[in-house]
Design a protein around this ligand. Structure first.
Ligand SMILES: Cc1cc2nc3c(=O)[nH]c(=O)nc-3n(C[C@H](O)[C@H](O)[C@H](O)COP(=O)(O)OP(=O)(O)OC[C@H]3O[C@@H](n4cnc5c(N)ncnc54)[C@H](O)[C@@H]3O)c2cc1C
Length: 264
């Protein structure tokens, strides 16, 4: 089989499905090829949740966060699914100071919380006196795998061709465009290919003559089973600095709580 498209996206994680959706919305004849099934657990976009935040150390990311929130809400409207939950978020310690500097540089407002006010709002946290805590009220948690599936579905509704269980083996430059060859020997051509292959990108890009010094790293995610009702938690703790349990009495009360320790 050989087909021609305006654009071909390789890799259907969160980046690839978002790219295919945007291309289709712009009226491009779009093909996305994914080696597994949308929402699989082997790539970076697997798992139930990810953090959505407004605090970054570079002002460019701060500036992009606002339009990103609008895009999340548009996706929710288009898919009919709730995908982003606003929980509020905090940056604790020196990382909070750096994020505040970036917000100042981007002209974005921000607020500090005292450790006492933070612990009152989120009783599962224990923060040493004097620790800076930067608050982002609109921070939240997004549904990772559900978002990938939702984007794939909405992209298809918008006219994109989405093929799962299809491995791209090679990308060859041909004239003004590219030709992609799959594991089944099918070929697809387009003026442009967008490679969003995550940790697989290095070897694939080499077939197109692009040699990037990419090093995949394995990131371990740990989930804790709670013994009882969880305390409400903000979404983000950047623990640069020291947190301790305070007085022995407070530490005893904390130790007895059926909560999952904060994840750095
Ligand atoms: C443990 C962990 C926690 C994270 N936490 C956060 C967080 O809280 N907030 C946040 O914003 N970000 C977070 N990130 C980062 C975020 O999840 C990633 O940046 C994002 O998921 C990357 O998506 P991707 O589409 O680029 O890659 P992937 O999801 O890896 O997608 C790549 C896709 O390409 C496909 N593919 C590869 N090669 C081929 C081929 N040859 N042919 C066809 N298909 C191919 C793969 O099957 C895969 O589906 C976290 C990442 C990890 C790993």
């Amino acid at each position: 089989m050989s087909e021609q498209y305006d654009a071909i996206v390789v890799g259907g994680g969160v980046m690839g499905t978002a790219t295919a959706l945007e291309l289709a919305n712009r009226g491009r004849h779009t093909l996305l090829l994914e080696r597994f099934a949308f929402g699989h657990a082997r790539g970076s976009s697997g798992g139930p949740t990810r953090i959505f935040r407004f605090t970054y150390e570079h002002p460019d990311y701060v500036r992009m966060a606002g339009p990103a929130l609008d895009a999340w809400r548009e996706l929710e409207d288009a898919s009919g699914e709730r995908l982003l939950y606003t929980t509020g978020g905090i940056d604790i310690g020196e990382g909070g100071r750096r994020s505040a500097d970036a917000r100042v540089a981007a002209g974005a407002p921000f607020a500090w919380l005292t450790p006492e006010a933070t612990m009152e709002r989120w009783p599962g946290l224990v923060i040493a006196p004097g620790t800076p805590v930067l608050l982002q009220e609109q921070g939240g948690v997004c549904m990772a795998e559900r978002t990938v599936r939702a984007q794939a579905r909405v992209a298809m509704d918008a006219g994109a061709t989405m093929r799962e269980e299809t491995v791209v083996r090679a990308i060859d430059r041909r004239g003004d465009g590219v030709q992609l060859t799959t594991d089944r020997g099918d070929t697809y051509t387009a003026p442009v290919a967008v490679v969003t292959a995550g940790p697989w990108a290095g070897p694939l890009l080499r077939t197109a003559g692009i040699d990037l010094p990419l090093v995949p790293s394995f990131e371990q995610v740990t989930y804790c089973r709670l013994a009882g009702e969880p305390h409400p938690f903000p979404h983000h703790h950047r623990l640069v600095g020291r947190i301790d349990a305070g007085s022995p009495e407070r530490r005893r009360r904390i130790d007895e709580r059926p909560v999952c320790p904060a994840q750095p």
